[in-house]
Write a protein that binds this ligand. Structure first.
Ligand SMILES: Cc1ncc(COP(=O)(O)O)c(C=O)c1O
Length: 394
């Protein structure tokens, strides 16, 4: 009667959902202070005042039909121009509004991009560990997700494995840097090598291969690391950006796709993006938030809490004996679990109220993710518990 795949997707309890429910039960029984929820990537830094003030001003003083009405599908011209200007200023590029397509966050941006590009038999390559939604997004448009095994020593790309998985069916490579869940940023060296390999393969196969750069964490770079702007290194790049994390606007659903002039047949790609957005019933990104972004696109993000939390948790876990690559961005730590079975490890951590996500969910067994977009004080109180957990394995 119903589509069984959709039913499965809609009713299957994700690990994060199960962890969340465990946390609520424990909080009801033992109090909120006994729960250390590292499971969710929901920003805890408040939305900046300048964003709230701008939204309030627009709501109070804007023309209602402009604030709340439909917009043209790619977005309001002034918002598209504002985003293009801000990118040009930062990265020395020469975009205009025509290069920007507003979306409801990065999830919509990547799904629309997959749909726009995917033809029968196409493969989309990504690198473990990866954002689990890639699989259902790619499969929903009829594509096949191909996963390159992880390189845990620094979470950069295992190029040998990558090259062995490229085929004439490869339509695009999904890059997520800063990365969820590893916190790694792909270095300039990594991006340059990736671009070189793809350029050679485009020639060999005689068709374009795209990079889809999923960038909801672009502004969250620290510890001396910066995120290379991939379109400067590779011509066939689509950038999928979001304000969910940078301005703590995850529930408002606002982001965009950049389609650079350099992509193979700009008009065709932009047209397919508009078509994909149409059949996915995207209609337009939220009008109010397009207006807010048109006034705030050049404002910086406040990442000080994430820098502080990342250091605190990294130092604390290292002191407790965990093996972990220091995060370079985003707000995730991805340490090695203290036993091979990451599910068993995360189960054991629950005894202490430590809610962690097994690495298997991100295509990387033997590790776990701890999201540190939570109160600093909660992290401070959790450190002795990580110590006790580690003691159990000595
Ligand atoms: C890697 C990655 N891509 C995309 C998304 C979706 O972001 P948005 O809220 O902008 O749709 C997330 C959200 O956590 C993410 O971690």
């Amino acid at each position: 009667m119903v589509n069984s795949k959709m039913y499965e997707l809609g009713t299957h309890k994700s690990t994060i959902r199960t962890i969340f429910e465990f946390g609520r039960k424990r909080a009801a029984e033992m109090g909120e202070d006994s729960v250390f929820d590292f499971s969710l990537g929901n920003p805890n830094v408040p939305t900046p005042d300048f964003i709230r003030d701008t939204a309030i001003d627009i709501l109070k003083n804007g023309v209602p039909s402009e604030v709340h009405g439909y917009t043209v599908a790619p977005g309001k011209p002034e918002a598209r121009e504002a985003v293009a200007r801000s990118i040009n200023k930062r990265f020395g590029i020469n975009y205009s509004g025509k290069n920007i397509f507003f979306t409801a966050g990065a999830a919509a941006a990547i799904t629309i991009s997959f749909k726009a590009l995917c033809e029968e038999g196409d493969e989309f390559i990504t690198f473990a560990p990866f954002f689990p939604e890639y699989r259902c997004f790619v499969e929903s448009v009829g594509g096949k997700l191909v996963v390159v095994p992880a390189r845990p020593v620094d979470w950069q790309i295992d190029f040998e494995a990558f090259e062995s998985l490229l085929t004439p069916h490869t339509k695009a490579v999904i890059v997520n840097s800063p990365n969820n869940p590893s916190g790694a940023i792909y270095s300039e060296e990594t991006i340059t090598r990736l671009a070189k390999i793809l350029s050679a393969k485009e020639k060999e196969y005689g068709h374009p291969i795209f990079i889809i750069s999923d960038e909801p964490y672009r502004e969250l770079d620290y510890n001396g690391f910066t995120v290379p702007y991939i379109p400067k290194y590779y011509h066939n790049t689509l950038v999928c950006y979001s304000y969910s994390k940078s301005f703590s606007l995850a529930g408002e659903r606002i982001g965009y796709i950049v389609v650079p002039d350099e992509v193979a047949d700009f008009g065709e790609v932009f047209g397919a993006i508009a078509g994909a957005a149409r059949v996915l019933t995207h209609v337009n990104a939220p009008s109010l938030w397009q207006l807010v972004i048109s006034r705030t696109a050049e404002r910086p993000s406040d990442i000080s809490t994430y820098v502080k939390n990342g250091k605190l948790l990294y130092d604390g876990l290292k002191a407790a004996g965990f093996t972990c690559v220091q995060p370079q961005g985003a707000f995730y730590l991805f340490p090695k679990a203290l036993e091979e079975d990451d599910y068993a490890f995360c189960e054991r951590a629950k005894k202490y109220g430590l809610l962690l996500v097994p690495g298997t969910d991100f295509g990387c067994p033997g590790y776990f993710r701890a999201a540190y977009c939570i109160k600093t004080e909660t992290i401070e109180r959790s450190l002795p518990l990580f110590q006790q957990l580690a003691e159990e394995y000595r």
